[in-house]
Design a protein around this ligand. Structure first.
Ligand code: ATP
Length: 254
């Protein structure tokens, strides 16, 4: 069945079809087609230069595709949106490096991230509504930082900073989360805890997670897409893609 006919029968939260992007004649994305279903967590793996970051860039309006279709929830043509507009319609992106404000507390960082936009000044001067307070409590529990909420973000471990930043994304109430190499630099314990957090998040969000750490991908226990040379090389369970001859040849090595 073609990707187009699957799409009609089962609307996706994210639908890419034939997406290409060239830089000076080099095809970073080469007719890339990919679907994420509502509530799905999808891991994206692939060699350096495969196009993983470029794919996130075209989804979020940072880079314009030369050709192809990019739809969010069947409804939004992502090629028409810039980065701020993409965030507003419900796509949250987390870059590899955490960007929390270290001189503010965990609570203050989360407070500023709430949908509707609160400046540092507003966050310090105005009381939260009951529903905003509930939202922050829910996020703090989800990221397991409720006991640290009044500590400065600068004192957190690398893993905790990553969780705080994920909490800040949740403050924006996204439906789809795009997360770039969350496990990089984490201890083994933090990595496994992050996998558990993502499984919790997947109960109420769709997630696309780019990662190189195979233990982490295994713990996510989700469908995996292997990108290579700007298009999909293989897709399926981790066991299936690891056994794929092309994946062994071009990514995993013999
Ligand atoms: N702005 C740009 N100008 C020129 N070439 C670029 C640009 N952005 C990406 N590329 C090239 O496009 C290709 C895909 O890069 P991309 O960063 O998307 O790969 P990746 O899969 O994210 O790699 P990594 O795992 O190393 O992060 C690479 O060859 C890269 O050099």
């Amino acid at each position: 069945m073609s990707i187009a006919s699957q799409h009609i029968e089962n609307p996706s939260v994210l639908y890419l079809d034939g997406v290409s992007v060239s830089f000076d004649g080099f095809k970073a994305l080469n007719s890339l087609s990919l679907c994420i279903e509502p509530g799905e967590m999808r891991a994206i793996i692939g060699p350096n230069g495969a196009g993983k970051t470029t794919m996130m860039d075209v989804i979020t309006g940072k880079t314009k595709a030369d050709s192809g279709t990019l739809l969010f929830k069947d409804e939004f043509d992502l090629s028409q949106y810039d980065e701020a507009a993409v965030a507003n319609i419900g796509i949250g992106r987390k870059f590899q490096k955490p960007s929390v404000i270290e001189s503010l507390t965990i609570f203050e960082n989360l407070e500023m991230s709430l949908k509707g936009g609160r400046s540092v000044w507003q966050a310090l001067r105005h009381k939260l509504s009951a529903s905003q307070q509930d939202k922050l409590d829910e996020i703090l529990t989800m990221i397991d930082l409720q006991d640290h909420q009044n500590n400065l973000a600068g004192n957190l471990s690398h893993g905790q900073k990553q969780w705080l930043e994920i909490g800040m994304l949740l403050g924006q109430e996204p439906e789809l989360l795009l997360i770039d190499e969350p496990a990089a630099g984490m201890t083994d314990e933090e990595t496994m805890k992050t996998a558990e957090l993502f499984k919790q998040l997947a109960k109420s969000h769709s997630l696309m997670v780019v990662e190189h750490d195979m233990d982490f991908i295994e713990a996510l226990d989700c469908r995996v897409t292997v990108l290579c040379e700007g298009s999909v090389l293989a897709e399926g369970s981790l066991a299936t893609v690891k056994a794929n001859e092309d994946v062994i040849e071009k990514y995993l090595g013999r």
